[in-house]
Design a binder for this molecule. Structure first.
Ligand code: ATP
Length: 245
């Protein structure tokens, strides 16, 4: 077994005097895929942003491949590919130009730009303006951007939100491919079928706490059900509690 790629120790976040994330411990080894589930406002995005270094934790430490953001920001950032939940693309640029811009910042060759465009199924439309792209196409482009520099850790915030089943299937395939290539992946989702198909393990967040943490296989079994959806219901709905309460 290798070293942990991602290690969270006692991570907490307070904003405006309120505790958004309580004390979270978590670790992931190379090639593991973790889905972060939970209702609106559970703290998923806040946790993911802390891992990327966009937000700083109030308490605790985060290590990515043994590096901490505050000790070496550049090296830390190089470990991570981030797919945000929303992104305002530059007007008038094609998909290829958009990726070429990011590639130049990260010193990635153009051959890799074409490789990721192929991978996410945008090679045919690479010269089209991103402003003409559908939401699903933009999500693919953001996925390509996150993979561009082959970062050890991929962080994705709601990568399939509001998208059709076709993109969900492609997303599951892309995550499996990323895992095969040795990437470690953390993504948040409301779509439990995506978590079940793409992830090795699932963490349920509620009010900034981890309320359940299981492998996708054992989670369903432990709840006496065959799917994560049923397990989710037993956690939140059957107790007459909303996940956001
Ligand atoms: N900058 C901020 N100022 C005040 N409160 C914030 C801020 N950022 C997040 N919060 C609060 O922290 C809680 C967690 O928010 P977060 O966006 O992390 O949840 P989430 O699980 O990603 O939700 P969703 O599924 O709706 O995206 C929410 O109650 C939110 O209102």
């Amino acid at each position: 077994m290798g070293e942990d790629v991602l290690k969270l120790k006692g991570i907490g976040k307070d904003i405006g005097g309120q505790t958004i994330i309580h004390s979270i411990d978590m670790s992931l080894r190379q090639g593991q895929v973790l889905a972060l589930c939970g209702g609106n406002g559970a703290g998923k995005s806040t946790l993911l942003r802390m891992i990327t270094g966009i937000l700083q934790p109030t308490r605790g430490t985060i290590e990515v491949n043994g590096l901490q953001w505050r000790h070496n920001r550049l090296k830390y950032a190089e470990q991570i590919g981030y797919m945000p939940d929303d992104y305002l693309f530059g007007q008038g640029l094609s998909a290829e130009e958009t990726l070429a811009f990011w590639a130049s910042l990260r010193k990635v060759p153009m051959s890799r730009v074409r490789e990721v465009l192929e991978l996410v199924g945008l090679i045919e439309v690479r010269r089209k303006s991103v402003s003409s792209f559908s939401k699903g196409m933009r999500q693919r482009l953001l996925f390509a951007q996150a993979l561009l520099a082959k970062p050890p850790l991929l962080i994705m915030d709601e990568p399939t939100n509001g998208l059709d089943p076709y993109w969900m299937d492609s997303f599951v395939e892309l995550v499996r491919f990323a895992k095969q290539e040795g990437h470690t992946v953390v993504f948040s989702t409301h779509q439990l079928q995506v978590a079940e198909l793409a992830a090795d393990s699932v963490v349920f967040l509620k009010n900034g706490h981890i309320v359940k943490e299981e492998t996708t296989v054992s989670f369903g079994r432990a709840a006496g059900s065959s799917s994560l959806q049923a397990a989710f219901s037993s956690l939140y709905v059957h107790s007459n509690r909303n996940p956001d309460e």
